[in-house]
Ligand binder design. Structure first.
Ligand SMILES: [Zn+2]
Length: 300
């Protein structure tokens, strides 16, 4: 548990700049920093106050520290390494969809962590990644990937990218509009942005409320289809694909992530942890796991 040292700042809506909001989940961090990484310990779901914009319905954390991105530089997460096979299987499914739109070209994966998606992507595309965590970037480089260890605004490129991917990344952005402007800067005319994030308007998110699995301390943006469309439309992008994200998970790691739910969590753990069944994988396509592709319009 790390005590918060920086002051918390109030933010307007990052999508439409409106300052009127409804509080949907009060702060549960109690002056501590959130957990970064995916070991799903007991503090993993503690979060800053989550509010929804009264104008565009976007959900986001406010107040919160103004420079959370710094927290990612020193993130180390050995638990993450255990799920490599699942991520490779997910990447293979996702690439099939991307290849229906673009068969070749230059690809940038933002937030590639240890580079599992890149391992699949580089079979088809000239691919590199941009990663802030030094630990994760080192592992990706050892796998033979090209990794830029800088912020998106600092990335210099001679040739524009055709495809930019972000898997479970945009909900971590402090200022999503600034990041989309940077993406537009390095994307070719008719280039595409492919990503996965949570959908706060999905029926499952509404049903689970504060128990929805996307409610995590490190997630500070909670998008809906409406707020995503507004964000991208205003920067000259058009949505060309939406589906449920195909998430491959072993039964053992499913049990681990269910740990936040009473009764079902301990039960799943007892059945699947360290058992033969635990290694079996299932592909989930759950309501609230949004997979979207937006295309930069040629005249932008
Ligand atoms: Zn708004």
């Amino acid at each position: 548990m790390v005590v918060q040292e920086t002051e918390l700042v109030d933010f307007p809506c990052p999508i439409c700049e409106n300052v009127d909001y409804d509080v949907i989940h009060p702060d549960t961090l109690d002056n501590c920093l959130p957990e970064f990484g995916y070991d799903f310990n007991s503090r993993h779901s503690d979060h800053y106050r989550i509010i929804r914009c009264q104008s565009c319905s976007h959900g986001y954390c406010s107040p919160r520290p103004a420079d959370l991105y710094r927290s990612y530089i020193d993130v180390e997460d050995s638990e993450y390494l255990k799920n490599t096979t699942q991520r490779l299987e997910t990447a293979s499914l996702v690439i099939e969809t991307i290849r229906k739109i673009k068969l070749s070209g230059r690809l940038l994966d933002i937030g590639p962590a240890t580079g599992d998606f890149l391992s699949i992507a580089k079979k088809y595309y000239d691919s590199d990644g941009l990663e802030l965590s030094k630990w994760a970037a080192n592992i990706a480089v050892k796998k033979g990937h090209t990794i830029h260890s800088c912020r998106l605004s600092e990335l210099v490129t001679n040739t524009d990218y055709d495809i930019i991917t972000m898997w479970g990344v945009i909900e971590h952005f402090e200022f999503p509009k600034d990041e989309i402007i940077e993406i537009k800067r390095i994307l070719a005319a008719d280039g595409i942005v492919c990503f996965w994030t949570g959908d706060i308007d999905s029926w499952l998110a509404r049903l689970l409320g504060s128990k929805w699995w996307y409610i995590q301390g490190q997630h500070i943006q909670y998008f809906s289809q409406r707020s995503l469309d507004k964000l991208f439309d205003e920067q000259g992008f058009k949505r060309i694909y939406t589906a449920r994200y195909p998430y491959v998970m072993s039964l053992e790691s499913m049990a681990k992530s269910l740990g936040r739910y009473p009764f079902i969590g301990p039960l799943a753990n007892a059945i699947f942890s360290n058992s033969l069944f635990g290694k079996w994988t299932i592909t989930f396509r759950l309501p609230g796991e949004l997979f979207a592709i937006y295309q930069k319009q040629v005249n932008q």
